[in-house]
Design a protein. Structure first.
Length: 177
């Protein structure tokens, strides 16, 4: 299985952390997207519809938690959110097949909010004959977010503002033939 690796950008590091990381950028691999930038069927609404594994490099030592969003960039509703999860303990590997529900046993205190997948992952599912572009965004945060699971991405991002240490994105395409 070939994975795409992306380096995007890092935000709000202390001088000490920048020296420690030697100007390395946050890196992020997604097992659900192949080397050609296409979603694997297993991770879509037409497959098993399970969340993919994420491998993270150069995570800030100050990161306490991780949040992830999945958005449909081709949807008529701008940046239509398919999935939002936060309070994943800072780690280099986020396992695939995160179960549905408000709270996640696998990752203590992790919460899934309201999106197309209500309290669960909902993978790409464009209409028949259409191709849509999707974006995963990973956020490294300096704290655990004390939010109800009944919030949407906009509310999460408003509360997370000022706590985001790093942010990285990866896009993938899925065509429903």
């Amino acid at each position: 299985m070939t994975k795409r690796k992306f380096e995007v950008y890092s935000l709000m590091f202390s001088r000490k952390e920048l020296v420690k990381l030697e100007n390395k950028l946050l890196k992020f691999e997604c097992g659900g997207i192949d080397a050609q930038g296409k979603f694997r069927l297993e991770y879509t609404g037409y497959g098993k519809n399970i969340s993919p594994e994420f491998v993270i490099e150069n995570l800030s030592p100050s990161a306490k938690t991780i949040a992830i969003t999945l958005e449909d960039l081709s949807h008529p509703i701008k940046d239509f959110t398919h999935w939002i999860i936060w309070n994943i303990p800072a780690t280099n590997i986020i396992r695939k097949e995160i179960s549905s529900g408000n709270n996640i046993d696998l990752y203590e205190n992790a919460k899934q909010g309201l999106a197309y997948g209500w309290h669960r992952y909902a993978g790409p599912k464009p209409p028949k004959g259409k191709s849509h572009l999707y974006r995963f965004t990973l956020y490294a945060l300096d704290c655990e977010m004390d939010l109800s699971a009944n919030v949407f991405k906009r509310s999460f991002l408003k509360e997370a503002k000022g706590h985001i240490l790093q942010k990285v994105e990866i896009t993938g395409e899925f065509t429903n033939k």
